[in-house]
Design a binder for this molecule. Sequence first.
Ligand code: SAM
Length: 219
Amino acid sequence: MPPYPRADERKTMVERQIAARGIRDPRVIAAMLEIPRHLFIPPPYDRAAYDDNPLPIGSGQTISQPYIVALMTELLHPKATDTVLEIGAGSGYQAAILSRLVRRLTTIERITPVANLARTNLESLGIDNVIVIEGDGTLGYPKNAPYNGIIVTAATPEIPPPLIRQLADGGTLVLPVGGRDVQDLITLHKEGGSLLQESHGAVRFVPLIGHHGWERRIS
Ligand code: SAM
């Protein structure tokens, strides 16, 4: 497949924002070089698609900073045989990256126009191993469980229990946990019935709204 437009900008993005900050997995680097981030961002912000920032995608939501997408993807340790769940489809960009690295991805989005944006963007690249489901991702998606990996791309005050239940043995959950303004990016690895939690630094995400997210705490 010939490279998508703006390949030079992606190369600079990967060198300066991703490899320079320690992302080493060659499969992750290859996916970040290939997937055209600018096609996931509505104008006029698409012009800034390869900058070192999150950007607006409509409905008050954002596409994450490229480095954070690469970091969360690497922390997931995706394998070509994996079945993965993403909570927070947003633009579909993180899903497109994962589509190159796993067998099958289910991604959930609670806002209808945003779910439609993700679907349109993924279809426009001919990606056919991702399904976009509309709903409350804090409940997971039991129909396709168990998952070898689960990635949550919105901030949650606590780890939603259904996601722990739907994680396969040997699987990894990656998510930002904490307050409204700042969270800790954590991984939870399930092995033989026990859970190993690790912290990977401070991040800032839009809130995860739902049964096991923020809604309950605010009302
Ligand atoms: N992964 C996205 C991308 O690549 O563009 C970025 C996601 S954006 C930072 C967070 C998304 O999570 C928003 O689109 C928001 O609507 C969604 N969201 C928030 N709470 C949710 C929930 N309970 N279930 C599913 N999606 C949710």
